[in-house]
Every structure is written in structure tokens, then in C-alpha cells.
Design a protein. Structure first.
Length: 581
């Protein structure tokens, strides 16, 4: 037997027991007559004591152990004289009577501690060592707990877990496919699923009624901190449901997950249309931990001789409450910030509402105090506030102001950790027009249904009319992060064909790629809809973190490489037929 207890288990009440522990040597502290070892496993750390007086050879042996050696030690639990209050096992130590080295370890290339000295690449190469660190381990355990809670909730709601294949043909979600050559069908390829979208719809046709899967999806796109080429979704689909049923069910799931993992009851889930989200926050995933909504000023700001405003499609501002104290230098710096290529604004206009009620702006030359006071009124600004205004082409200006709003939120400390503000964004456009390719793309994916009132208008050939079609689609946003998205689907062959046509598919292409789905729709497809949550993202949002990588046991780096196994690689000989060559 390797152990009677784990390294996180023993307490004062165990004093006097003879125990056996196994684990990794975290530190060795040699005080001459005594040697202390911190022994670690995933449950915690327990202090081992060796004394020259009681057993000199054993103490000598302990002294020579290196970091990360794997040992097994047997001894007596006793109360510590100097307690460690930061550790659950901090009241006790083990007076070691015998010890065995189970395996030696090379000196690790970085310290296995909460704050490590290892850089990203090094830690990814030695991922097994990084995974031993408590913060990383905590994330991986959290993930495991979260998936268990997902299963509990969905099982309770009578969802069936079904696995769908990975070797398929393209399921479009707007990214590139990863392809896998087929040895048995030379010159032919499988695509890895960007999502199980078509399969889950087929399962609804097949009568499974409620499906879920915690599933890997693969998308070949440029990587960012919150993206990985393979990532995990909680993928769900339901038959005989309206949008309302789906929103309720998954609001329930989200609440359940927050309650069970964080012990937190979420506030209400407000709903906002896509149009309002853009109008008020310049983003389809607004962070609602703070307000600072947009106020349009175009009508007030134009016609006073300020060319930048006069030629703008949109003049729009936000009110940063209590920030009138911003110095000239700080405002210059903010102006530089919005002018960075990543944001791309031409400049920034400010109006400072002094505590004394005086209004001072960067455009005093063109606007009287009365003008500025009309802006302040509309923005709801009070003495002590700072109004920040951008102008230009509508869509771009909204995006820029959205970034500025978030930056001000950060600077003003309004993105409180531990504060969670969920939001449903509804009624997305069905189609997105792309100027470069002169065609429509599906904003969500081609299987999304238009809202019932818009179905007839799909027959139109008028581009503006088509641009205005609304989809029965929804996103769940928490703190400005999209954590889930889905839609009510088309379940009628003719309507699906019409949608493919709008998306520029010829009838042959549609038949070749999605004939199986169109065919299935002719055999009693029930009305259905669903949603998928980004599982990795959900993990990071619940933990108030940005990077999903920290919640993936074996993530890829920014170049899509697995640094540990060194993949992808050009040499496939090693794996032909599964036989080492
Ligand atoms: N398949 C969609 C996605 O991956 C989710 C859904 O519509 O259910 O975003």
C-alpha cells in the first residue's frame, strides 16, 4: 500500500496515528539537527520531520532528496509547535520513521509554486510540471466540477447525451475546417466538426427531443487569448420549443452552475435586442457591470462650424461620472489611446463639467456654454463628470466608443471581480452583407430561422430588405464575454433551400453539402432550436480570468502548436498504421 492518507487530509485529531503518505518533494529545509520536507500531492501539503537524534541515517537520506522526487514516508502524526495557519494540515507534522524513494527527479526547469519563474513556452513544453502547480490544478479541477454540474442539471431536465462523429464533412460556423486525409479513400478528406450543428438537428428529426454533449469542436482560425483551434462546447438542442423555452432552460443551467461552483445567485438576466446593444453600447456583447451608455449628439453638435462634427455620420458620447479631475496630460494620453491603430479614432473631444458647474471643452472655439450644457443635459452629466465624444462614420465610431467605454470602465475600477452581469442579446440580423465578396453570409449559421414575421420577406430580392431580416437567434453574454449562442432552426426544406440560395449556394452545392439534412427535413422534422456554450470560456469567466488556455489541460500556443508533444509535425512516419517506424 502506497498511502493511508493524502497530503491534504491529516488534522490535529489524527495525532498519535501511524500513517503512510506518498507524494512529491516540494521543498527540503535542512537545519543540521533536523530536516523538514514539504510533501505535496493534489490534495495538499504535509510537513515531514526527520531528526538526526532519532535516526541519523534516515535524516541524512532526507537531506539529499531533490525537488520533485517521489517518495513514500511512514511515521507518527504529531502536533506542530510552530503552526502554519495558511495550510489546512498546518497544525500537524509527521515524525518520519521510514522512507522510500519511489522515483528520482531531474531539477525542474522552473519552480513548481504558485508564482513560478517559468515563461509561457517553457511551461507549455513541460506541461506536466506546470499542471502540478496549485493555481493550474485548481483550474483543471474546477473544470471537472463544472462539467459534472452541467451533466447533473441537464440530466435532471431529461437531456440525452449523444456522441456525434469527429470525422465528418464540413459544418460551417464561419471558420476554416481542419481536414483529415482518408487512407482508405485516396484523395478524399474528412473535415473535423466546427460544431455538431447538423448532427444535433438530425437527432431532433430522429425524435431524441433533448440532446446535449460536452464536445470538442475544431476551427482553423487565427488564435487569440480566448481562442484555441480545438475547444469545448456544451452543445444542446431541443425539439418542440419556442425561444422562450430555450432561454429559460439555459438561464436555469447558468444559474445552477454559478450556484453550485461559486455559491452565487445570479441577478436577473435582462434582455436586449442586437440593435439596442449596438446603439447603446456599440457592441453585441456589452459588459453591463457598469452603465456609461452612449448618448447620440449628432443633431446638437452639427451646424456650429466644427468640420469634424459637421462631416460626421454620427457624433456620440459617454459620460464618465466623477472624472472631471482628469488632467490635461491624462486626457492627452486618452486621446493617444483612442488614436492607436487598434482603436483607430481620429481624435477625442472632451467636455469637463467642473465641480463649480463650469463647462470646459476641447472645442470651446465652436461651442458656447449653452451648447455644451445642452449636451450635458442629454447625457445626464452632473458637476464633476467628464464627457468623452467621438465622431465619424457610424459603425466605426460606435466600435471605437465601445472600446473607450471599456477602457474607462477599467480605469475607473468598474469591472468589479466577482460581480457577474448576464445578458441575453436577441434578434440578431439573419444575414450579413460583405462588400468585398459582394454576397451575404449567415450571421449565425445557415440553419438559423428568421423570426416568424420575417419569413415572407425572405423571398425579396431587395438587398436592404434582406439586410433587415431578423433571426430567431440569441447570445448569452456575461461581463462582456459571449459565453453561449444559438437559435431556433429552420425545419422546413423549402425555407432551408431559400436560405442557402440567399447565401449564394447553387442548388447543386446545397444538395452536395447538406442534402442529408434537406432530405431529413422531408421525413417529419419537428420544430427545434438550441444553443452551445463555450465551455472553456465559461470556466474562465466564472473565475474572472481572460485566458481560456489556463483551463485547458493541454492547450496550444498562439501558433497552434502543442509544445509538449511538438505537434503539428511534418514527419508522419512515426504513426503510419499505428506502428512505430
Ligand atoms: N452550433 C452553434 C455554434 O457553434 C451553436 C448553436 O447554434 O447551437 O455556435
Amino acid at each position: 500500500m502506497y498511502r493511508t492518507h493524502t497530503c491534504g487530509e491529516l488534522r490535529l485529531t489524527d495525532s498519535g496515528k501511524t500513517v503512510r503518505l506518498s507524494g512529491w518533494v516540494q521543498t527540503v529545509r535542512d537545519f543540521g539537527s533536523m530536516t523538514f520536507i514539504d510533501l505535496r500531492d493534489r490534495y495538499g501539503i504535509t510537513q515531514l520531520v526527520f531528526s538526526m537524534e532519532t535516526d541519523a541515517p534516515l535524516c541524512e537520506q532526507a537531506r539529499k532528496l531533490g525537488r520533485e522526487f517521489v517518495i513514500q514516508a511512514e511515521g507518527l502524526v504529531r502536533e506542530r509547535s510552530a503552526k502554519n495557519l495558511n495550510r489546512e494540515t498546518g497544525d500537524i507534522e509527521i515524525e518520519v520513521q521510514s522512507m522510500q524513494v519511489l522515483n528520482a527527479s531531474k531539477v525542474p526547469p522552473f519552480t513548481i509554486e504558485d508564482d513560478t519563474d517559468g515563461g509561457d513556452d517553457l511551461r507549455m513544453k513541460y506541461r506536466y510540471l506546470d499542471l502540478r502547480r496549485t493555481p493550474v490544478q485548481r483550474n483543471i479541477l474546477f473544470r471537472s466540477q463544472l462539467s459534472l454540474e452541467v451533466r447533473k442539471y441537464l440530466n435532471e431536465k431529461r437531456f440525452v447525451e449523444v456522441e456525434t462523429p469527429f470525422l465528418i464533412k464540413s459544418t460551417p460556423e464561419g471558420a476554416r475546417d481542419f481536414v483529415v486525409p482518408s487512407r482508405m479513400n485516396p484523395g478524399q478528406f474528412y473535415a473535423l466538426p466546427q460544431s455538431p450543428q447538423t448532427f444535433k438537428q438530425i437527432l431532433m428529426v430522429a425524435g431524441y427531443d433533448r440532446y446535449f454533449q460536452i464536445v470538442k469542436c475544431f476551427r482553423d482560425e487565427d488564435l487569440r487569448a480566448d481562442r484555441q483551434p480545438e475547444f469545448t462546447q456544451i452543445d444542446c438542442e431541443m425539439a418542440f420549443v419556442t425561444r422562450e423555452d430555450i432561454l429559460q432552460t439555459f438561464e436555469g443551467l447558468t444559474r445552477h452552475l454559478f450556484r453550485e461552483t461559486l455559491g452565487l445567485d445570479l441577478p436577473e438576466f435582462p434582455r436586449m435586442s442586437y440593435d439596442d446593444a449596438l446603439r447603446l453600447y456599440g457592441s453585441d456583447k456589452p459588459d453591463l457591470r457598469f452603465d456609461m451608455a452612449f448618448t447620440p449628439l449628432t443633431d446638437l453638435a452639427q451646424g456650429k462650424g466644427f468640420g469634424v462634427f459637421d462631416s460626421a455620420e454620427l457624433v456620440v458620447g459617454i459620460n464618465a461620472q466623477g472624472q472631471a479631475g482628469y488632467t490635461r496630460k491624462q486626457i492627452d494620453e486618452l486621446t493617444e489611446w483612442v488614436k492607436r491603430p487598434q482603436i483607430g479614432a481620429k481624435g477625442l473631444v472632451y467636455v469637463r463639467f467642473g465641480e463649480d458647474g463650469a463647462l470646459k471643452s476641447s472645442v470651446d472655439k465652436f461651442f458656447s456654454e449653452t451648447d455644451l450644457s445642452a449636451w450635458a443635459d442629454r447625457m445626464g452629466a452632473k458637476p464633476g463628470d467628464l464627457m468623452l465624444i467621438l465622431a465619424g462614420e457610424e459603425e466605426k465610431t460606435r466600435k471605437q466608443l465601445s472600446e473607450l467605454r471599456l477602457e474607462m470602465g477599467r480605469r475607473m475600477g468598474l469591472m468589479t471581480p466577482g460581480d457577474f452581469k448576464p445578458l441575453w442579446v436577441l434578434d440578431f440580423p439573419l444575414l450579413e452583407w460583405d462588400e468585398d465578396t459582394q454576397r451575404f453570409y449567415a450571421m449565425h449559421h445557415p440553419f438559423t430561422s428568421p423570426k416568424p414575421d420575417d419569413i415572407e420577406r425572405m423571398a425579396s430580392n431587395d438587398r436592404t430588405m434582406l439586410k433587415n431580416l431578423r433571426a430567431d437567434a440569441y447570445d448569452l453574454v456575461i461581463n462582456g464575454v459571449e459565453i453561449g449562442g444559438g437559435s431556433i432552426r429552420i425545419h422546413n426544406r423549402a425555407l432551408q433551400e431559400k436560405n442557402f440560395k440567399l447565401l449564394g449556394f447553387t442548388q447543386e452545392e446545397a444538395e452536395r453539402q447538406f442534402g442529408f439534412l434537406l432530405g431529413a427535413f422531408e421525413y417529419g422534422a419537428p420544430p427545434h432550436g438550441g444553443i452551445a456554450f463555450g465551455f472553456d470560456r465559461l470556466c474562465s469567466v466564472l473565475n474572472g480570468q481572460n485566458s481560456i488556455r489556463d483551463f485547458i489541460a493541454f492547450p496550444k500556443n498562439n501558433m497552434g502548436r502543442d509544445m509538449m508533444i511538438d505537434a503539428p509535425s511534418g514527419n508522419r512516419r512515426g504513426s503510419i498504421g499505428g506502428v512505430a517506424a
